[in-house]
Design a protein around this ligand. Structure first.
Ligand code: 3PG
Length: 215
C-alpha cells in the first residue's frame, strides 16, 4: 500500500487530530506529550507557531506512537521544510494545490482545507487525502451533513471550534475525523503548566468521538 494511504487510514481510524497553535515555542513537546497521554495519536503543529519546525523534529519518533504533522502550510517551500523536519502529514487552511503536490512528491499525505462544495470537490479531485472543512463550527454539523450527502466518498475533517461537546454531532453528520485546537490546548492551562487539563480534554474528545461512532 502507498505510504499516504497507510497514514490516511491511521488518521481515519483515530478520528481525532489535535492542533497545537502557540504564540511561543516553549513547552511544545510537553503539550504534545500531554495530548498523547489523553489518547491522541495524530498531532499537528501549525507553522504560525514560532519554532514549529524544531518542535516537529523534536517530537517525531520521540513520543511513541504519535504521528506528527505540520498545519497552516501555505506554500510549497514551507511544505518541503516541514517534510524535511519529519512532518508525517500536512494540513492547509485553504485549497493550496502546490502544497498537495509537494506533499505527494515525497509520499506525505495532505489534508486540504476547503469550505464550499466546489472547493471541497476541487481539493478531492486534485488528490487531497482528506478534506478539512473550515471553519466548521461557523458552518455547523448540518452543513457537513448536507455536503456529505452528495459527496459521501470524500473523507471530511471538520476543523474550527471543535470541542468535546460538538465533536460527536460532526461525526454523526458524516465526518471522517475531527480536528481540534484552541479548546483542546487551553492557553491558560499551558501558561500555568497544568498539562493535565490538556490530557483530560484530549480524553473527553476521544471519548465523544468513540461514543458517536459506537452509540
Ligand atoms: C486552526 O487551524 O487553528 C483551526 O482552525 C483550529 O481551530 P480551533 O482552534 O477553533 O479548534
Amino acid at each position: 500500500m502507498h505510504g499516504t494511504t497507510v497514514l490516511r487510514s491511521v488518521i481515519m481510524k483515530k478520528s481525532v487530530i489535535g492542533i497545537i497553535r502557540a504564540n511561543q515555542s516553549g513547552e511544545l513537546f510537553n503539550v504534545a506529550q500531554a495530548l498523547h497521554e489523553g489518547g491522541l495519536s495524530c498531532i499537528e503543529i501549525t507553522m504560525t507557531t514560532p519554532g514549529a519546525l524544531r518542535a516537529i523534529e523534536e517530537a517525531v519518533g520521540k513520543i511513541d506512537g504519535v504521528i506528527m504533522g505540520a498545519g497552516t502550510v501555505l506554500d510549497a517551500p514551507t511544505a518541503r521544510q516541514a517534510i524535511l523536519a519529519g512532518a508525517q502529514f500536512l494540513v492547509t487552511p485553504t485549497v493550496k494545490l502546490d502544497v498537495l503536490e509537494m506533499a505527494h512528491r515525497y509520499g506525505v499525505p495532505a489534508i486540504i482545507g476547503a469550505m464550499t462544495p466546489t472547493e471541497i470537490l476541487t481539493a478531492w479531485e486534485a488528490g487531497a487525502d482528506m478534506v478539512k472543512v473550515f471553519p466548521a463550527s461557523t458552518l455547523g454539523p448540518k452543513y457537513l451533513q448536507e455536503v456529505h450527502g452528495p459527496l459521501p466518498q470524500i473523507p471530511l475533517v471538520p476543523t474550527g471550534g471543535i470541542t468535546a461537546d460538538n465533536a460527536g454531532e460532526f461525526i454523526r453528520a458524516g465526518a471522517a475525523a475531527v480536528c481540534a485546537g484552541s479548546w483542546l490546548v487551553d492557553k491558560q492551562a499551558v501558561a500555568e503548566g497544568h498539562y493535565e487539563v490538556l490530557t483530560e480534554r484530549a480524553r473527553r474528545l476521544v471519548e465523544a468521538v468513540r461514543k458517536a461512532r459506537n452509540p
